[in-house]
Design a protein around this ligand. Structure first.
Ligand code: COI
Length: 354
């Protein structure tokens, strides 16, 4: 074991990498050789450990399993043109992680653990970063409650980990989306803005039912009128109406403050488009479609990057699009990728070098 500043590092004897191809890797299937693990107890974080990727031994009474005090983040690392690792906007994910932690009554993770732990881990695993287009090393920081007791209360003990997974594209093709009116993802006063595990569990039934109808995902609507757009599957969503990009605003607290969402807004403005963060109803979307000014629809997210939507179904009304003619979403993606892969200078301060 070696000690780096406040980290203990135990390395694997032999890397698994030789047996894995980094081309067209499915999302979330393979994990790198090492992981970061830190425990929180008695109001303090203990010494972080970088150890071989391994199973955890957990008590059946573990609080997180019963009541879902569990949060996570998604970040991506890339290689620049010289082969050096770089991470896209991790400080924003770090900030959001602690916003999620506060909402779920969990302790904040200090930058010295989250950011420095991520940096050290990626440095060790740099050979795992895929180089192919649309590929990256997905970084998954997460924290869960580890009290061994089933009383319903905030846990006193927690575990924070970072695992890494080489990944190819999340959605292989443009998506067909079903406008969801039966189930809701988030409500004002709830925790839709937090990256809490429960938000994803609660969404599974709706996406399964959409899949059964041959749709890829749902468009989440507001909880009261089922009329105003929130998110699309696990992504934020943008509608290009005329020359204006419209995306749901964050003020209701029902929408994740996406890092790709924010980057998209910045790039769209630089491309000369007006961007409106506001409520957007399905009636307005249908009217724009009928008028012929609903030009593009796309989702944004770390895992999915920019994903084109080729069909939107609301009740019996089906909106279809010829995505091959689109120029705006592809240009946003091109500009964002150019920064991520170091093809163009990072004029926004988005890149975190390892
Ligand atoms: C991400 O984009 O990183 C996400 O969190 C989506 C994920 C649940 C696959």
């Amino acid at each position: 074991m070696e000690a780096v500043a406040d980290f203990n590092i135990t390395r694997v004897e032999k890397s698994k990498l030789a047996g894995i191809s980094l081309e067209n890797v499915p999302f979330g299937k393979y994990f790198t050789d090492h992981m970061l693990e830190v425990d929180y107890e008695n109001g303090q974080w203990k010494t972080p450990q970088i150890v071989p990727y391994q199973s955890l031994q957990l008590a059946p009474s573990l609080a997180a399993i019963h009541y879902g005090q569990s949060i996570f983040e998604g970040i991506k690392a890339y290689k620049d043109q010289q082969g050096n690792p770089q991470v896209f906007r991790p400080q924003d994910n770090f900030r959001r992680f602690n916003i999620s932690a506060a909402r779920m009554q969990m302790p904040a993770v200090p930058a010295g653990i989250f950011m420095e732990g991520m940096r050290l881990l990626i440095d060790i695993e740099r050979n795992w970063i895929p180089e192919a287009a649309n590929h990256a090393l997905y970084i998954r920081p997460f924290m869960f409650a580890t009290d061994e007791a089933i009383g319903v209360r905030p846990s006193e003990k927690y575990k924070f980990l970072i695992i890494l997974s080489p990944t190819g594209p999340y959605y292989a093709a443009p998506m067909r989306i079903y406008v969801e009116e039966k189930y809701v993802r988030a409500v004002e006063g709830g925790f839709g803005y937090a990256k809490a595990a429960g938000n994803y569990a609660g969404a599974l039934l709706a996406s399964t039912e959409a899949n059964n109808k041959d749709y890829d995902q749902v468009l989440w609507m507001d909880a009261f009128e089922h009329k105003y757009v929130q998110e699309c599957g696990t992504m934020n969503v943008f509608f290009i109406i005329g020359n204006t990009a419209v995306t749901p605003g964050l003020e209701s607290g029902t929408i994740l403050d996406g890092v790709t969402r924010d980057s998209t807004i910045v790039l769209l403005k630089e491309m000369g488009y007006q961007v409106e963060e506001r409520s957007l109803s399905i009636d307005e979307i249908m009217a724009a479609y009928k008028e012929g000014i609903l030009n593009e629809i796309f989702g944004t997210g770390t895992a999915a990057t920019i994903s084109l939507i080729k069909e939107l179904k609301y009740r019996d009304f089906i909106m279809t699009f010829d995505v091959d003619t689109w120029t705006i979403a592809p240009e946003v993606k091109r500009r964002m990728d150019a920064i991520k892969y170091g093809l163009e200078p990072d004029t926004h301060g988005w890149i975190f070098k390892i």
